[in-house]
Write a protein that binds this ligand. Structure first.
Ligand SMILES: [Fe+2]
Ligand SMILES: [Fe+2]
Length: 445
């Protein structure tokens, strides 16, 4: 027999998740985004196409922004901060996300992220936005709505990259498919990301076919460019001029394009120190990696706007390889030091070049260099701060960050010393040909 309650009761979906439940879900999303971006960052050097490297850097940054907002929101919900430091009941889920870092190949990595993990995040965000309360949880809706749109864009891009990867390398398909299927099976066994309660499962061990991740010694290069170690003759021959006028315009765009090494370095260090340094490290280095990808695209875009042929454009590897070359004791620290060294070495030239480009009427180079300068000021601060924190964590003197910089300068100098005479001759031929080509094209622009 039913009887009226003495209270005002109404079945409202708004109250489906209480404050603590909400924080638990957002914490799960935070760890999944964090894991996803750390794996993506670690794979940047291994992936050849420039378009993927630079887009991936942007997606890493998007994930870091989302994760940062999630983390802040969890704290706002008065969730105990000590509980935010660990995955808790979502441990097995986050371990599975971590596992894609050990993908057996580039296509396997792209497939498991693009077809399994990203759609899983997308669906979880969609379910969350549908079921959560827009009034009480309005602040989450704002950033998660953006994250949902970004996930849709990321999935579309990954789908195109997967298609391209398989069409270039069809024999990679069976292994990659088996890998992605296993990720999908494990994910569904634990109930996916979703918005349901966590399913506690015992550790399932590594996925079959996993290949333990190691930092690539040589970065993969997009085959559309002229492959080399040293990308302009002045690097290996001090008598070769950096150039003025049109040569400076060209040299500057080549430099920007070749900042692809900094995108790779940013990705590697983000990932390598993710469990050593606090969350702010991931947040800063994701931005750093993305910024370097923007500088790289600036160069590419200018070279393409001048109608130069990518096959004639040198794309080098020497800075990255100076840090990873055989015998390198601590590759991530070298790469962090290398970024810090180049940030602080080149920044002083930038305002002068902005003025020169302005005097040429080259507003595009002026614009790019000026934005680049603003980013680099931020990066020099990141480099100093995090090198010091890293040294402190290792029980070393934080003031020794300058020694790391000096060591990296020496690594580069030594590596430049390995340039072979034939390599230098070939590079000069390519550079001169590009300058001549630019001179001819100048008439037609
Ligand atoms: Fe840069
Ligand atoms: Fe930078």
């Amino acid at each position: 027999m039913s009887h009226a309650s003495e209270f005002l009761l109404t079945p409202q979906l708004r109250s489906r998740w209480m404050r603590f439940d909400t924080a638990q879900l957002l914490k799960r999303f935070f760890f999944c985004e964090r894991s996803l971006l750390v794996s993506e960052a670690s794979w940047v050097p291994a992936i050849a196409p420039l378009e993927i490297k630079t887009s991936l850097a942007r997606y890493i940054w998007q994930s870091a922004e989302t994760a940062h907002s999630l983390r802040e929101r969890v704290f706002e919900l008065r969730f105990p901060s000590r509980l935010l430091e660990e995955e808790g009941t979502d441990h097995a889920l986050v371990e599975l996300f971590n596992a894609v870092k050990d993908s057996p190949s580039v296509p396997a990595f792209l497939l498991s992220v693009g077809k399994i993990l990203l759609p899983e995040m997308h669906n979880a965000y969609q379910s969350y936005l549908k079921a959560s309360d827009l009034i009480a949880d309005g602040p989450t809706h704002r950033f998660l709505g953006l994250a949902l749109a970004e996930k849709a864009e990321q999935i579309n891009a990954f789908n195109l990259w997967i298609e391209a990867a398989f069409s270039q390398n069809p024999e990679a398909r069976p292994e990659a498919t088996a890998w992605a299927n296993e990720v999908a099976d494990r994910l569904s066994a634990m109930g996916g990301v979703g918005v349901g309660p966590a399913v506690s499962l015992p550790a399932a061990g590594p996925l079959s076919g996993a290949k333990s991740y190691s930092i690539p010694v040589h970065p993969a290069r997009d085959p559309q460019f002229w492959p080399c170690r040293f990308y302009w003759p002045d690097i290996v021959d001090p008598s070769y001029p950096y150039g003025e006028g049109m040569q400076l315009q060209l040299r500057s765009a080549i430099s920007h394009l070749n900042e692809v090494w900094a995108v790779e370095a940013g990705g590697v260090i983000l990932s390598a120190f993710a469990d050593v340094l606090p969350w702010e490290w991931i947040y800063n280095s994701a931005r750093w990696t993305y910024d370097e990808s923007r500088h790289c695209r600036m160069g590419y875009d200018r070279l393409m706007a001048w109608k130069l042929d990518p096959a004639e454009i040198p794309l080098g590897t020497y800075i990255y390889e100076s840090a990873t070359t055989e015998g390198a004791a601590d590759i991530p620290t070298n790469l962090l030091g290398m970024l810090f060294f180049f940030e602080t070495k080149n920044i002083r030239h930038k305002p002068a070049r902005v003025r020169l480009f302005h005097s040429y009427g080259d507003t595009l180079s002026e614009h790019d260099m000026d934005f680049d300068w603003a980013d680099e000021t931020l990066h020099a601060r990141y480099g100093k701060r995090w090198l010091k924190e890293l040294l402190a964590i290792r029980g070393q003197d934080p003031a020794a960050f300058e020694d790391v910089r000096t060591h990296c300068e020496k690594l580069v100098t030594d590596y430049i010393g390995t340039a072979k005479p034939t390599e230098i001759t070939d590079l000069k031929i390519v550079a001169d040909r590009l300058v001549n080509c630019a001179q001819r094209l100048r008439q037609t622009l």
